[in-house]
Design a protein around this ligand. Structure first.
Ligand code: DQA
Length: 146
């Protein structure tokens, strides 16, 4: 079966307990269940990983390379800082879509900055839980599944 990886960075495990006006009331488990259902309908499986550590995220990406149709990645705060994640994604063959729940372009100035967007297959921001679903649809479309 074809597979996508959902990868989430620091504090995304705290969804539901973070600022609801910015991040919504849904939890990471809600995201995982929602995406799993969507992908199963299209004959895909979802694996899911979350880490608060930059190096662990690099490890997950390296281990996932070549094993997935695509990676839906919310790097959270590391998007604004991480050269290590950028170098990793740049060297990968598996496409990565950068996802953010909030509209990072309308927030504090430093959040406008994405280290990762230039090396990602795409970037989706500002649609809450729907941001993740849009990324899944982009991979399904890329593979001619819809
Ligand atoms: C976030 C945006 C980041 O700026 C922030 O540090 C996060 C969440 C988002 O999904 O909106 O933790 O990645």
């Amino acid at each position: 079966m074809k597979r996508l990886l959902l990868l989430n960075g620091p504090n995304i495990n705290m969804l539901g307990k973070r600022e609801n006006d910015i991040y919504g009331e849904f939890t990471l488990q809600d995201v995982e269940e929602n995406l799993t259902n969507l992908l199963n309908e299209h004959g895909y499986e979802l694996d899911s990983q979350q880490s608060n550590h930059e190096g662990s995220l690099v490890d997950f990406l390296q281990q996932a390379n070549g094993k997935y149709e695509g990676i839906i990645f919310n790097p959270a705060a590391y998007t604004h800082t991480s050269i290590a994640l950028r170098d990793c994604i740049k060297a990968m063959e598996t496409p990565v879509i950068e996802v953010h729940i909030s509209n990072v372009h309308n927030r504090e100035a430093f959040r406008h900055q994405s280290m990762l967007a230039p090396v990602c297959y795409g970037q989706i921001v500002g649609f809450g839980l729907l941001s993740y679903r849009l990324a899944a649809h982009a991979f399904l479309e890329k593979n001619g599944e819809e």
